[in-house]
Design a protein around this ligand. Structure first.
Ligand code: SF4
Length: 243
């Protein structure tokens, strides 16, 4: 992982999405003033989410232990929202961990997955059961350390409910989970996106697979994004943008 700044989130006042989003926006804005690399900025933004979640959990802990564990990947078959910053952070990590042949094979796998999922709604993605192209054979994320905040927000109190939800053909299984975790993730993502916009960068909400395709297929994607170009336009997801 790249170096990050020492900037920490302040203690949040009232616990609500707006406060979390404002704190993360301020944190990301501060880091942006130091002209960081894209990856270290992404690492900092993720750390701000973790700090916000730690504060949330301390004040309102989950009522039950979470059942999530390595090798359980039902939630890695869902539609994932990301900012361009998060997509570039994932791809930066992949470029470091994979050799040229493996990266080319992964890029082809991502193109195939995007062809099957592009434009599907969240509900349609539940029924499609399409695995994230970053999910390895061993059911582990190959970019776990650089995963999006949406992935880190997903959780469940009951693995059996996740299995039943995954196997359902109607998508009508209730899954009990610590709701403040995805809400904190969404607020942190919104805060980071606001900071990007303030600095003239595209902070629109993208669908993960399509965003990875853009970031991998265009070797100048990061450079162009940092110049303020709308390079991620093909990955903008109207449903996620509007939610
Ligand atoms: S990025 Fe990783 S954690 Fe997120 S859905 Fe894909 S495989 Fe799962």
């Amino acid at each position: 992982m790249s170096s990050t700044t020492n900037r920490s989130l302040p203690l949040l006042g009232r616990l609500n999405e707006a406060n979390i989003a404002h704190a993360v926006r301020d944190g990301v804005s501060d880091v942006l003033r130091t002209n960081p690399t894209t990856q270290s900025l992404g690492d900092d933004a993720f750390r701000f989410f973790e700090e916000a979640l730690a504060q949330v959990e301390e004040r309102i802990p989950p009522t039950r232990p979470r059942a999530c564990e390595t090798g359980c990947a039902y939630c890695c078959h869902l539609k994932v929202a990301v900012t361009p910053l998060e997509a570039l952070r994932v791809v930066s990590a992949l470029r470091k961990s994979l050799d040229g042949a493996a990266l080319a094979a992964l890029a082809a796998k991502i193109r195939d997955a995007d062809a099957r999922t592009h434009g599907l709604t969240t509900d349609a993605r539940v029924l499609a059961k399409e695995p994230c192209p970053l999910l390895g054979e061993d059911k582990r994320c190959i970019a776990y350390e650089a995963r999006p905040v949406a992935c880190a927000g997903a959780n469940s109190f009951d693995r059996e409910q996740c299995r039943a939800g995954f196997e359902s053909t109607r998508g009508d299984v209730d899954i009990e989970y610590y709701g403040l975790q995805p809400r904190t993730a969404a607020a942190a993502r919104a805060g980071a996106a606001a900071a990007l916009f303030e600095r003239g960068l595209d902070g629109r909400i993208l669908e993960l697979v399509a965003a990875l395709r853009v970031a991998l297929d265009d070797p100048k994607a990061e450079e162009r994004w940092r110049r303020g170009e709308p390079v991620f336009e093909p990955a903008v997801d109207r449903e996620l943008e509007g939610s």
